[in-house]
Design a protein around this ligand. Structure first.
Ligand code: FES
Length: 147
């Protein structure tokens, strides 16, 4: 039986936002699912807002994966753009799936790639800037980083 996708999933799959790479990014993160072999890569440009708090100035992604993984990457990048690094860390795969008006249950794991790749990119940024990486236990941690 074919899966039914929401209009938002179809929109972000057929017309994904923020596809590409950032040259000399402030953080890069990758996540993969060994079961399906799909891979997602996230590039971050981090700046500071008026209060000196680190913010996601730009974000791009490259995803070699299924429709749900591509739609999740597109939506996730839209959701964290302009947010503080701390807010970006707190974004969960469930929030991404909800913003897409849901994913078929057997496709929920595809949205986990977005959360994991963003966590890895933020940790890459943190380590490059002299901060400790935040422990992301199993990709479902919801601890806020102490930036
Ligand atoms: S089936 Fe692999 S990420 Fe969707």
């Amino acid at each position: 039986m074919p899966l039914t996708y929401s209009e938002k999933v179809m929109d972000h799959f057929s017309n994904p936002r923020n596809v590409g790479e950032i040259e000399n990014p402030d953080g890069v993160g990758e996540a993969g699912n060994p079961q399906c072999g799909d891979i997602m890569k996230i590039y971050l440009r981090v700046g500071k807002n008026a209060d000196g708090v680190p913010v996601i100035d730009d974000v791009k992604f490259k995803t070699f994966g299924c429709a749900s993984a591509i739609a999740s990457s597109s939506m996730a990048t839209e959701m964290i753009k302009g947010k503080t690094v701390e807010e970006a860390w707190a974004m969960t795969n469930v929030a991404v799936a909800e913003a897409l008006d849901g994913l078929p249950p057997i496709k929920m794991h595809c949205s986990v790639l977005a959360e994991e790749a963003i966590h890895n990119a933020i940790n890459d940024y943190r380590v490059k800037h002299g901060m400790a990486a935040v422990e992301a236990s199993g990709g479902h941690s919801h601890h806020a980083p102490h930036a």
